[in-house]
Design a protein around this ligand. Structure first.
Ligand SMILES: [Zn+2]
Length: 427
């Protein structure tokens, strides 16, 4: 179901500029949509369709629907981020507390409350121009599609043996739901809903054992699933990985006792990286404090492994400067994510790209916008449908006001602007 949050495309849209996801923007272009797919992209002078069906947006730039490579829609009921607190462990405890409280709404079953939060997040993502989101799901899959194309990742943790059993039970249930959802989509007359499948997400080193990470990689390989894991996010995590001590260890002792599973079975950072890059596709989330060897390993596997930088979450925790330029120079593939509203004021992936543009002047606007469009789609193997505006792409199109006179300054203006995008799609 395409939600009414999308502006409707009825026929064709013309605009001062079109950036297709690659190369120079097209001046005075037009995109014609047929069914749920793009039929043609051309200059206005070459348009041979019915002029009466063209909706002229004027001074705008059309761009592909954006791809958010990491989020947790379950926290979308938060109106402001949870304060960073005196350390990361304290923030995690507040997030866990929020998760428990937000599922207790008088008269509303917990599952429905989770669906409502997901729905809220999906709507917000669409309003920010997102066409596709890679969303970590805690517990069972929320089966609402909500107009947002989504790849759900089942979150896995095994801090205790009981938690280990629960985590795999939820993941199996999500796999069954995904198979059913994809079967349902196959039966639809139009191909609006891609079979996007799902992924597995061992949460982070301090909540998963080395055993769980290895088992997840083995499952991902067997079922051809992508893997997503938070790694090298904070200095506290590095201390925990290296010494098994610090605020995260204290948090674990408070929650699961002194000899929690993960404490007894942890790997060095490069051990986690070497393991997870064996998955068919790997998304390493944050990587704020990756060591040299880990970055080299990620660069070596750049066809199948990417780091996802979440710029405004990075700012929320006042981390040390992000080594984005260094990673790119080393050959590490970097995509962008919003993370959740627990650490970000909204779910706009375009605002993440704008943040990168403000902070990293050496990276060209096209390279930045590709991180949330073409690069992300190609990495995921979804470039036929997402990340580009070209015949056969899904007919979901962003429009951002742009009055630039020169093709050279169009993308810069898109990134410098503070205007929200409007996402067009078939209603
Ligand atoms: Zn996250």
């Amino acid at each position: 179901m395409i939600d009414n949050t999308l502006a409707t495309i009825d026929g064709a849209i013309r605009s001062r500029w079109i950036w297709t996801g690659q190369g120079q923007p097209i001046r005075d272009g037009v995109i014609r949509v047929e069914g749920d797919r793009i039929a043609s992209v051309s200059e206005w002078k070459d348009f041979n369709g019915n002029a009466s069906e063209v909706h002229d947006l004027g001074d705008c730039c059309l761009l592909p629907g954006f791809i958010n490579a990491h989020t947790h829609l379950e926290f979308s009921d938060l109106t402001t981020p949870i304060a960073a607190g005196k350390n990361f462990a304290e923030w995690i405890l507040r997030v866990v507390q929020h998760r428990m409280l937000s599922s207790i709404i008088p008269g509303v079953p917990a599952k429905q409350a989770a669906l409502d939060r997901h729905h809220q997040g999906a709507q917000e993502a669409i309003r920010g121009g997102t066409a596709l989101a890679l969303n970590v799901v805690h517990g069972a899959l929320s089966n609402a599609v909500d107009g947002l194309y989504e790849i759900p990742f089942a979150e896995l943790m095994d801090t205790t043996d009981l938690r280990c059993q629960q985590t795999w039970r939820s993941a199996r249930s999500m796999m069954r739901e995904c198979v059913d959802r994809d079967k349902l989509n196959e039966n639809r007359s139009e191909s609006a809903n891609e079979n996007l499948g799902m992924g597995l997400s061992p949460h982070a080193p301090y909540t998963t054992t080395g055993r769980l990470v290895c088992r997840t990689v083995e499952r991902c390989r067997r079922f051809h699933l992508p893997l997503m894991m938070h790694l090298a996010e904070t200095r506290e995590e590095i201390e925990w990985i290296e010494k098994g001590s610090g605020p995260l260890q204290e948090m674990l002792e408070m929650m699961v006792g002194p000899i929690g599973n993960s404490t007894a079975d942890r790997l060095p950072m490069i051990g986690y990286v070497n393991e997870i890059v064996q998955a068919p596709k790997t998304l390493l989330i944050h990587g704020n404090y990756l060591d040299h060897d880990s970055r080299l390993a990620l660069a070596k596997h750049r066809e199948t492994a990417a780091v996802v930088f979440c710029p405004r979450t990075h700012q929320h925790f006042r981390h040390e400067p992000y080594p984005l330029e260094q990673m790119r120079e080393q050959g590490v593939r970097v995509l962008l994510g919003t993370d959740s509203r627990a650490s970000n004021p909204d779910l706009s992936i375009l605002e993440e790209a704008r943040k990168v543009s403000q902070e990293f002047s050496s990276i060209r606007p096209e390279q930045i916008l590709r991180m949330i469009t073409a690069d992300a789609a190609e990495f995921l193997g979804l470039e036929r449908s997402f990340g580009f505006l070209r015949p056969d792409s899904i007919g979901i199109i962003n429009s951002v006001p742009c009055s630039s006179l020169s093709a050279e300054t169009v993308l810069e203006e898109v990134l410098n602007s503070q205007t929200k995008p409007v996402l067009f799609g078939k209603s």
